[in-house]
Design a protein around this ligand. Sequence first.
Ligand code: GRG
Length: 289
Amino acid sequence: MQKKLNKIIYKTNNYLYRYFSKQKNTQLINPMIYGLLPGGKKVRSKILFDVGSIFKVDKKIILQVAAAVECIHAYSLIHDDLPCMDNDNIRRGKLTTHKKFSESTAILAGNSLLTIAFQILSDKRFNLNEKKKIKLINLLSESSGHTGIAGGQFLDLSYEKIKKNKKQIIEMQIKKTGRLFSFCCVAPIIISGKIKFINKFNKIGNEIGLLFQIADDLIDLRGKSSTVGKKTKKDLKMGKATLISLLGTDNTIKYADNLKLKIFRSLKIFGKKGDDFKETINYILNRTK
Ligand code: GRG
């Protein structure tokens, strides 16, 4: 699996380095690149390629969507680390962007990464028909803003030190983490035009987001900062509303295993074509960083 991820990391980073080298050299370029590259695990890009291969989508097109998604993801991490949010000093094994540069620079670099994602998708060199481009841009906006990542982050912060029920925690985690995974599951289908699969993959994406978040919460509980590349053991201290804090570790793991099996059952119709995707889902749940 790591070999397959490395290939995606290499391709996506190469594309982004090239894209940024063609940008005007402003003073925000360095902090933007710092927060974005060489980047993290690229699991969202991997899902784009996995679903893309199920629906036989051109890999060049998927690569450009992956680049846009990684810009949004990096933006969310830069802002998540700010003192007014989770206040972290280390991310991806190095100083967070606001620690390396300054708080205002990190905010502006984050904002610029958000907008450059849409620049990539609306670029005339992105070789896709205009209707599909607009659908992708529309869905990515919905997944990132108040109905997606930003809205989920708002709930996450406002739930700190407050007892929340399972439904509320799941809704928050689907917005904060699941919506972008869902975009990665649905984008290849929009590109392929096989729209009857959209609802199914939208649901799978949300569920992968939950699995991802459960794994993240387990890593926070058990992981060592030096291995994970960011501070761990924070959730308990900050009183974060997580499934682990509500159900306990064993029940949360059982919940995740059942959810994974449910996803796998719904992928059965794709036979061997779904194997890479299933391998990525296993990786997402069992990863240690
Ligand atoms: C509107 C995009 C946007 C952001 C503003 C700050 C914020 C609102 C949202 C935070 C969203 C966030 C950080 C969600 C947590 C998801 C999570 C655990 C991310 C870590 O993802 P990995 O492990 O990171 O894939 P790497 O470093 O591997 O890429």
